[in-house]
Design a protein around this ligand. Structure first.
Ligand SMILES: *[C@@H]1O[C@H](CO)[C@@H](O)[C@H](O)[C@H]1NC(C)=O
Ligand SMILES: *[C@@H]1O[C@H](CO)[C@@H](O)[C@H](O)[C@H]1NC(C)=O
Ligand SMILES: *[C@@H]1O[C@H](CO)[C@@H](O)[C@H](O)[C@H]1NC(C)=O
Ligand SMILES: *[C@@H]1O[C@H](CO)[C@@H](O)[C@H](O)[C@H]1NC(C)=O
Length: 343
C-alpha cells in the first residue's frame, strides 16, 4: 500500500517537473537584473553624477547637447536611479571593453535609439579616453569603433522594423508581415531594438499610403494594432532565426514623452501607469519562445520631465522637444541597465 503511495507521489513529481520544465523552455522575457526589479525605485541626488561632461564627446549631436545649447540649469543630470532594495552595478567602461573584445553591438530603431547609442559611445569614450575611436555617421547606418578593442557599436535607423516599401513611383506601402532588414542583424553579438513613436505619425508626417497584412490592404489602421502586428512579425523572426545563445536580443521599453517639460527642475514625485504601447510590447515579448531582454525604462523615465531638451535641443521652429533626452542624462541609466545584463 505504502509502496503504491510512493509510486503515485513519484509520478506526480515527474509530471510537475515536466510542466515546470516546459515553462522554462517557453522563455519569458527578462527585465530584472538577477532579483533586482529596476522598474521600481527613486531618483537620488548624487554629487558624483553626471558620468561625463558633454564637452568630452564632440561626436554627440546638437539635439542632445543641452548644455552646449545654453540650458542654464545643470541639476537634471545629477540624479542616479536607485531601484528599491537592490543595486544596478556601477559602470566600468574599461572592463566592459576588455570583456567584449571583437564584439559587434547594434542598436536598431528611431531617434530614441540614436539617443541611447550616443549616450553609450560617450560613456565608453570618457571611461577610456586614451583609446582611439572612429565614428562614421550616415543616414541609415552609423558606426562607432574602438579599434584597440576591435569593438563596433552601430546604429541602424529603422523606425518600424518591418518593411516600408515603394510601389511604382510614389506609393508607400507598410508591410506589417514582412521584415527583410534582419539580414543585416543576424551576425551581431548584441541587438538593442526600439520602435513606437513613428507609428503615431499621421497627416503629412504619416509615412505610408497603404498598410498591408495578410491579404488585406487598407488606407490606415489603428496604430496600436499596427504596432502589435509589426512586433509579432519581429518576434517570429527572433524565434525562428536568432540563436540567442550567440546573439543577445534587447528591446528598449517605451520612452515616455511629457506634455510639458519647459523649465522643469528635478524629478517628478509620481509616475503613471504603463502606456498601452508598453503593455503591447510586454505581451509580445512574453509570448516569445526565445529568451529576450526588456530594458524596463518606461516607469523610471516617466519621473524625468526635467530630462528633455525642451528649447535647448534643436530649438528654433522645432521648438519644445519633450521626447528626446539631454545627454548626459536619462539614457545613461538605460545603458547602465544594458551593461548590467552584458557583464
Ligand atoms: C575583430 O572582430 C571580428 C569579429 O567582429 C573578427 O572576425 C576579427 O578577426 C577580429 N580582428 C582582430 C584583429 O582581432
Ligand atoms: C591612435 O591613432 C593614431 C593615428 O591613427 C596613432 O598614431 C596612435 O598610435 C593611436 N593610438 C593608440 C593608443 O592606438
Ligand atoms: C514613373 O515615373 C516615370 C518617369 O517619371 C514614368 O515614365 C513612369 O510612367 C512612372 N511609372 C508609374 C507606374 O507611374
Ligand atoms: C503567441 O505565439 C504563438 C506562437 O508563435 C502565436 O501563434 C500566437 O498568436 C501568439 N499569441 C499572441 C497573443 O500574440
Amino acid at each position: 500500500m505504502l509502496h503504491i503511495f510512493f509510486l503515485v507521489v513519484k509520478l506526480l513529481g515527474l509530471i510537475l517537473l515536466s510542466l515546470t520544465h516546459r515553462n522554462k523552455v517557453h522563455g519569458k522575457f527578462m527585465s530584472n537584473i538577477g532579483r533586482c526589479d529596476v522598474s521600481e525605485g527613486n531618483w537620488i541626488f548624487d554629487m558624483h553624477y553626471p558620468l561625463y561632461d558633454i564637452k568630452q564627446c564632440p561626436f554627440v549631436e546638437k539635439i542632445f547637447s543641452c548644455q552646449n545649447n545654453g540650458r542654464p540649469d545643470n541639476f537634471y543630470p545629477k540624479f542616479r536611479w536607485q531601484p528599491k532594495g537592490c543595486e544596478i552595478s556601477s559602470f566600468d567602461g574599461r572592463q566592459f571593453l576588455s570583456k567584449h573584445r571583437g564584439k559587434d553591438i547594434m542598436f536598431v530603431g528611431d531617434s530614441l535609439s540614436l539617443n541611447q547609442w550616443q549616450s553609450l559611445t560617450c560613456m565608453l569614450h570618457v571611461a577610456v579616453p586614451e583609446a582611439n575611436y572612429t565614428v562614421q555617421r550616415n543616414s541609415q547606418l552609423s558606426t562607432f569603433t574602438f579599434p584597440d578593442y576591435n569593438i563596433s557599436i552601430m546604429l541602424e535607423r529603422n523606425a518600424f522594423l518591418v518593411d516600408l516599401v515603394m510601389e511604382g513611383n510614389d506609393t508607400r506601402v507598410m508591410k506589417l508581415d514582412s521584415l527583410t532588414s534582419s539580414l543585416r542583424w543576424e551576425h551581431m553579438d548584441v541587438l538593442i531594438f526600439d520602435s513606437w513613436h513613428w507609428w503615431l505619425h499621421n497627416g503629412r508626417k504619416q509615412p505610408w499610403d497603404f498598410v498591408e497584412y495578410g491579404k488585406t490592404r487598407v488606407k490606415d489602421i489603428d496604430r496600436l494594432v499596427a504596432y502589435e502586428k509589426a512586433l509579432t512579425t519581429w518576434a517570429k523572426w527572433v524565434d525562428s532565426s536568432v540563436d540567442v545563445a550567440k546573439t543577445k536580443v534587447f528591446f528598449q521599453g517605451i520612452s515616455p514623452d511629457h506634455d510639458a517639460c519647459e523649465g522643469r527642475q528635478g524629478p517628478l514625485k509620481t509616475a503613471g501607469v504603463s502606456p498601452p504601447s508598453e503593455v503591447v510590447l510586454e505581451r509580445i515579448l512574453n509570448n516569445m519562445s526565445a529568451q529576450v531582454y526588456l530594458l524596463n525604462i518606461n516607469r523610471m523615465s516617466q519621473y524625468r520631465a526635467d530630462g528633455h531638451p525642451s528649447f535647448y535641443g534643436l530649438g528654433g521652429h522645432n521648438g519644445d522637444d519633450c521626447t528626446h533626452w539631454c545627454l548626459p542624462g536619462v539614457p545613461d541609466t538605460w545603458n547602465l541597465i544594458l551593461l548590467s545584463f552584458l557583464v
